[in-house]
Ligand binder design. Structure first.
Ligand SMILES: Cc1cc2nc3c(=O)[nH]c(=O)nc-3n(C[C@H](O)[C@H](O)[C@H](O)COP(=O)(O)OP(=O)(O)OC[C@H]3O[C@@H](n4cnc5c(N)ncnc54)[C@H](O)[C@@H]3O)c2cc1C
Length: 394
């Protein structure tokens, strides 16, 4: 397998191309925009920086943010400090950096729109600039909106979120996350070097664009964020459900999907940059070894168990209630009271605490009420009573 065509030069495609070019393959990356301001918060958590240290260690402009304000739907708020900052990039800068790395590794990067793909023959084909070309393997890294879906199904409405937002020419030093009543999603404000990315995401099956727009308008008005003249954006974001992982094919004999195209996004937070880069890297490694069929198992071992866990609890988190009040509101109330819980949530937001090992950390560290609260969200039995003399932290 020597010649690889990659459709999409976002974080997933660029990272995959870099891996493959370094392993000696001929790699063509096609992107209709190249480096562009793709609608995004641009936030990278600690797990991304740990896995790809160059994200921090480079001269490109970025903003490091260590505080996050959570606001409940009834306007109670709490400030969390994160032990590791979230690194926030403009997407033009991030995509440009990743594409430069791919080109330096030997990829040919071309600004072109790929119109169609065909994987039915032994060698996959793709149509670009009015001509059908072939490769040994086709990587589909064209994001959530693309319709290039050989041998697999599109994501359905309940597997997608609508997003809307503004790039506003002002900045600040903390991230804001605001929850809304009976709403599967949230509003965010991510400060970048010289502007804010302020937006809202919500389940496409549960909410309309008009609903999102109205919530966002109320938020910017209340926060006195001036959006006159600010650039407005809207986009879709995969929000995988349990069946997405079990049913949807992401690899065939001569093609594979990575990043948003494969729906590798955390449905609870909307984090996708890390999973895009990591899936690109994992596919690159499997292809480099000549074994693309190993890609799904490697994704499973690396991160998809985490995403499946998030898919199981997402509705309970946004829609559920605990002792008669919304889970998100209770969470903010408990955070205001408990430093231990604040530290835990700070670690979850910064990406140092994963979901699957959360239960182990909880038991014995939180008091009874908090443990029951977290258990109700995670849908697992409450911990056994603390041993005699064990300290309750809430
Ligand atoms: C509003 C919003 C906010 C977000 N905020 C965050 C955040 O703060 N942190 C985080 O981790 N994740 C965030 N995400 C998710 C993150 O943006 C995605 O997970 C990530 O961009 C996926 O990378 P990708 O390379 O798979 O796809 P993309 O970044 O979408 O890249 C796909 C590329 O393919 C190109 N393309 C598409 N079709 C074709 C074609 N036919 N021919 C040629 N080129 C094509 C496009 O030009 C694009 O450059 C957010 C998403 C949205 C929508």
């Amino acid at each position: 397998m020597t010649e690889i065509a990659i459709v999409g030069g976002g974080p997933s495609g660029a990272m995959c191309g870099e891996q493959l070019a370094r392993a000696g393959h001929t790699v063509n990356i096609f992107d209709e925009h190249l480096a562009w301001e793709k609608p995004c918060g641009g936030g990278l958590t600690h797990k991304a920086v740990e896995c790809f240290p160059f994200l921090l260690d480079n001269p490109y402009p970025k903003k490091l943010v260590s505080s996050i304000e959570l606001i409940s739907s009834n306007e109670q708020s709490v400030m969390l400090d994160m032990s590791h900052p979230i690194v926030i990039y403009s997407r033009t800068v991030l995509n440009g950096m990743l594409l430069n790395r791919a080109a330096e590794a030997g990829c040919k990067v071309q600004r072109s729109h790929v119109v169609s793909v065909d994987t039915s023959a032994a060698k996959p084909r793709y149509c670009v600039e009015g001509e059908w070309r072939s490769a040994d393997f086709l990587v589909l890294a064209a994001g959530a909106r693309n319709r290039l879906l050989p041998e697999t199904r599109p994501l359905e409405r309940d597997e997608l979120e609508i997003t809307q937002g503004y790039f506003v020419p002002e900045t600040c030093d903390a991230i804001t996350v605001k929850f809304l009543p009976h709403f599967e999603g949230y509003i965010w404000s991510f400060p970048r070097c010289d502007h804010l990315s302020v937006g809202i995401c919500g389940s496409m099956a549960a909410h309309t664009s008009a609903e999102l727009r109205s919530h966002l308008q109320n938020f910017v008005k209340k926060k006195k964020i001036a959006t006159d003249g600010a650039q407005f954006y809207s986009h879709v974001l995969p929000s995988p459900r349990e069946r997405t992982f079990s049913e949807r094919t992401v690899v065939g004999k001569n093609w594979a999907m990575i990043g948003d195209a494969a729906a590798w996004v955390d449905p609870l937070t909307g984090e996708g940059l890390f999973y895009a880069m990591r899936s690109g890297e994992l596919l690159g490694q499997a292809l480099g070894e000549g074994c693309p069929e190993k890609y799904p198992a490697r994704v499973k071992a690396a991160f998809s168990a985490e995403l499946e866990f998030a898919a199981r609890i997402v509705r309970r988190f946004y829609r559920g209630s605990f002792l008669g009040t919304a889970v998100t509101t209770r969470m903010v109330q408990f955070l205001r009271r408990s430093p231990v819980f604040r530290q835990l949530m700070g670690d979850i937001f910064s990406g140092t605490q994963d979901y699957t090992s959360l239960k182990r950390r909880l038991w014995g560290h939180l008091g009874i009420t908090l443990s029951e609260f977290v258990s109700s969200v995670l849908d697992c039995p409450a911990p056994a009573p603390l041993p005699r003399g064990g300290a309750a932290a809430d």
